[in-house]
Write a protein that binds this ligand. Sequence first.
Ligand code: BEZ
Ligand code: FE
Length: 319
Amino acid sequence: MKDENLEQFPSVPLPMIGRLGRGVSTMPDTHETGYFSENNSAEVVTGRNKNARDERLKFAMEVITRKLHEAVKEIEPTQEEWFEAIMFLTRTGHKCDDWRQEFILLSDVLGVSMLVDAVNSRRPTGASENTVLGPFHVSDAPEYPMGTNICLDQKGEDLVVRGKITDVDGHPLEGAKIDVWQANDEGFYDVQQKGIQPEFNLRGVFRTGTDGTYWFRAVRPKHYSIPSDGPVGALLTQLGRHPYRPAHLHYIVEKEGYDRLTTHIFDPDDAYLHSDAVFGVKQSLIAEFVRVDDPSKAAEIGFNGPYWDVEFDFVLARK
Ligand code: BEZ
Ligand code: FE
């Protein structure tokens, strides 16, 4: 029996028909780079995108397709393995809701979030370094006067954090906005424990005065697990990896005309400092936590007993 489909798609590449002078074809030029084979797979697929409406998308898809095909050729997955990969992504999607973004978590544990951050925050020498934002920032934390204690659940070891915000020449920056947040003494952010922790526990916004300095009170952070009850946690287990982040405090520091700084400061004594599940640690962001036992200093700060003191300055780069 005659195959009508075959007649519709002659073996001569369609753009050739025009060049051979047989008139302009209205047929889709589906096979301009040849039929698909193992050897030319990436070229055939990316060639199909030649009329893409957006050059940037076309470029990104070309690179991604090329690398993905390369990976398949190197791994040579069985059909079962490929289906398992598809099911993993399906489970990742199903785990997402308004509060849980499992794809961002996947990007975090693959180091992709840090890499995207790195290519987007190249700064002059001397400027403070960025690190991963993480999923627990909220945009409406209360603004407080300097010195406020942001710990609302009275759990944990007292901590005072202080420092200065300057430009790369060392000039203090007045009116810089400092947005800070951290997990509580049990390793959870307030948004992970709605109804258990007070709202806005361990988060707040401060604004520098003329001398560029800041200070606030909080608690010494502890290491904690990233959400690990989903497919990303299962992947980490399969890979023999732990889900912990070393103890840290988050900061976003911003001022008009300067690059926004999204960063952390880390506790140098943390057991997970060298194996952060999301690769967020940078040498320049490791702080020093000093134990203060002097009762008169504690009283001055407003604490009842020994506390930890961290001094950490940030340097903003001009836009
Ligand atoms: C965080 O530090 O809050 C965080 C970052 C990446 C994934 C999970 C949590
Ligand atoms: Fe965090």
